[in-house]
Design a protein around this ligand. Structure first.
Ligand code: SF4
Length: 367
């Protein structure tokens, strides 16, 4: 096996690997150096940009590494980003950051496994390295470079969050306790393993004085986060001066799911159905709704479009109505209820009620 993973230029692009942590430990750079020394300002700024890219783009760019010095800064930026995200202590940011790191690693791994560095064996080595790293017993099928097999127990460890039906065990052709996957599908499962690892210990228990020492970075990040959260809805519009798609009037159950989707959190199928039907019922376009799903960890445009069109009743079907409060309760999707919830039996009625209330209050204020 080639030692691709031991080279700093590779390690810094997969900084969650155990070899990468070991390399940081052996570098002799102390926590104090990383936080205060001018020598590591580049690593700190890159650590901050890892998080701001996660906030703004939902992924983290992988730079082209041209020197050992750059590789060292890139590698050190990862522990610094973990410290930053821990000091901010926002659970949703932690999830978004971990997901963005995992997505970026997935893209890089797909790319490396296609090109394989210099040879097909190097390509296989990257895949083997990842399977070893996450203790997934994987092997290439005899004479194959694009098909692998994995014991179903290992497969199940990392596919519980993958909602699409193609990941269900019954659709995978199980034989002798193993199932076959395309290499790209295996890499997708590795993304889940990476996400779990990155998220596992976050937020770290960082002492107060350290958080204080790096507050100039955390304040910038908090500002970005606030801007993202305050960003005007999902492109909702005003219609002849009357607000017809006003997110501030959405019921708590719908806001909760939308907020999770925006943060890149996996949302169960029933909740996706409810939110899609609700948004279609109040007049959002199919394109606007597909755009909302774009941050989902397992976003697949073709499948999402099919599902949204199905709920919208395109192609001759009936348009679905959003589920009632009773149904939402039955499936555990009624959350964070408020006083308006006590007056309504349907999320759409909640919305209409709150919209009217808001318009009335605005008119009174004008008077
Ligand atoms: S009571 Fe109805 S509107 Fe309120 S959160 Fe539950 S499902 Fe949504």
């Amino acid at each position: 096996m080639t030692e691709w993973h031991a080279e700093p230029a590779h390690l810094c692009l997969y900084p969650f690997l155990s070899a990468a942590s070991k390399s940081v430990e052996e570098s002799g750079v102390t926590l104090e150096d990383l936080i205060t020394s001018a020598v590591f300002e580049r690593a700190r700024l890159r650590g901050k940009s890892r998080i701001t890219e996660a906030i703004k783009e939902g992924t983290i760019r992988k730079p082209v590494i041209i020197s050992d010095a750059q590789a060292e800064m890139e590698l050190l930026s990862y522990p610094f980003a973990r410290i930053l995200v821990s000091c901010i202590g926002d659970e949703r940011l932690v999830r978004r950051y971990a997901l963005s790191e995992a997505k970026a690693a997935h893209e890089k791994l797909l790319d490396d496994s296609r090109r394989g560095g210099s040879s097909a064996s190097a390509s296989a080595n990257i895949i083997y390295k990842m399977s070893e790293e996450f203790s997934i017993r994987m092997d290439f099928l005899a004479g194959e470079r694009e098909q692998v097999q994995v014991p179903f127990v290992d497969y199940l460890r990392f596919t519980t969050n993958l909602r699409d039906k193609r990941w269900k065990l019954v659709n995978r052709g199980l034989g002798k306790g193993k199932l076959k996957l395309r290499k790209a599908e295996f890499v997708r499962i590795v993304q889940e393993a990476i996400y779990e690892r990155i998220k596992k210990d976050l937020p770290l228990d960082v002492p107060e004085d350290i958080c204080k020492a790096i507050s100039r970075y955390t304040e910038d990040i908090k500002h970005e986060l606030e801007e993202m959260r305050n960003a005007a809805g999902y492109g909702f519009e005003l219609d002849s001066g009357v607000v017809v798609k006003d997110p501030s009037c959405f019921p708590p159950c719908i806001s909760y799911v939308l907020s999770n989707l925006k943060e890149g959190v996996n949302v169960p199928h029933g909740a996706r159905f409810a939110v899609t039907a609700f948004l279609l019922n109040i007049g959002l376009s199919e394109e606007e709704i597909i755009g909302i799903y774009r941050h989902s960890p397992d976003f697949d445009e073709e499948r999402t479009r099919y599902q949204v069109e199905h709920i919208a009743g395109d192609k001759g079907g009936v348009q679905y109505t959003a589920p009632s409060c009773d149904t939402m309760r039955t499936y555990g999707n009624c959350v964070e209820t408020d006083e308006i919830c006590e007056k309504v039996s349907h999320p759409l009625n909640y919305y209409k009620f709150k919209l009217k209330l808001k318009q009335k209050q605005e008119q009174e204020q004008k008077k």
